[in-house]
Ligand binder design. Sequence first.
Ligand code: GCO
Ligand code: MG
Length: 402
Amino acid sequence: MSKIERAEVFVASPGRSFVTLRLTTSDGVTGLGDATLNGRELAVASYLREHVVPLLIGRDPARIEDIWQYLYRGAYWRRGPVTMTAIAAVDTALWDIKGKVAGLPVYQLLGGRSRDGVLVYSHASGADVPELLDDVARFRELGYQAIRAQAAVPGVGGTYGVRKGVVYEPAATALPEEQPWSTESYLDFAPAYLEAVRERFGFDFHLLHDVHHRLTPIEAARFGKRVEDCRLFWMEDPTPAENQEAFRLIRQHTTTPVAVGENLSSIWDVQQLITEQLIDYVRTTVVHAGGITHLRRIFDLAALYQVRTGSHGATDLSPVTMAAAVHVDLAVPNFGIQEYMPHVAETMEVFSSGVRFENGMLHPSEEPGLGVGYDEKAAQRFPYEPRYLPVARRLDGSVHDW
Ligand code: GCO
Ligand code: MG
């Protein structure tokens, strides 16, 4: 029997911070897992190093489900982003190993292709409306069939989703940047720029928008109703989702589709949203929702209720997660869309990936396993630099949801 012989945790910042797990079996097969939790990287690295690695050595890498149950139920302390990200890293690495041992790309192990490619959306943004429109034009030229639009709200510094450098990277400062927020200004401004995008470019592509947890349910209902003529593919995270019931009120007022789940980590966190059809797209990901094994469980539940998938894919999800996501997206029957933000050059000096972008779609590598690599030597050139996500404050100085 093959055994897990080595488990190494790498923490590095090639362009941004990533935590990566590499498992090696007694047969010399390696598997990679992403364990990155933006702004809380070392909590997962330590959970893995101190509490998971010692339990893995000597186990049979073929028993993916059993190891998942062992780490989840065996911890006694359940759910939560740190635990679920750590379990995800192990699970993803084990699927990588299983694919390599079988000589098959992971999507084949998940039932094979359900589609030819994976529809993706990327992020257009602007410091003002003309800049946003130019950016949408650029993404159209690059062949994207789905584009998310965000513009800086006048008078509200550092609005969510507006790119400063080559890619949108919100975790940019050594301590959290504090950004002002005005719901009133946002509600006045955002519908107008979404309309401007449709006026200039028409309707033959999907338009998305991320509210990023900033509204109350009734404000979100008003926003969704107001933008119905823009025919959004979705409005994302209109209100925080700790209280799943809150989405019923939004639903009662608007036909704008709703997407939720990028910061949720288990099937229990989306159970009511799915079974009561309070959302249209579930955005849980491989890395933050317990790996391929658990994500597949969430997606299968969603399929029963005609909820489609729309996994998170910002740059804080490493190329290992992106590859794993493409394998899952290709296989599941209820795939909707995949978020995709290409990583910066430094990141790709450390990770290699066979994922290909063509005509607005992603395609997986046909190599056995996930088709990703990690260059540990290259990673040493990029030591870990802590970076935090911003914190939002209302104009009266009180803390708001960022
Ligand atoms: C998205 C997300 C991200 C998150 C980031 C947090 O829709 O891509 O909202 O931009 O804010 O991933 O780590
Ligand atoms: Mg989002």
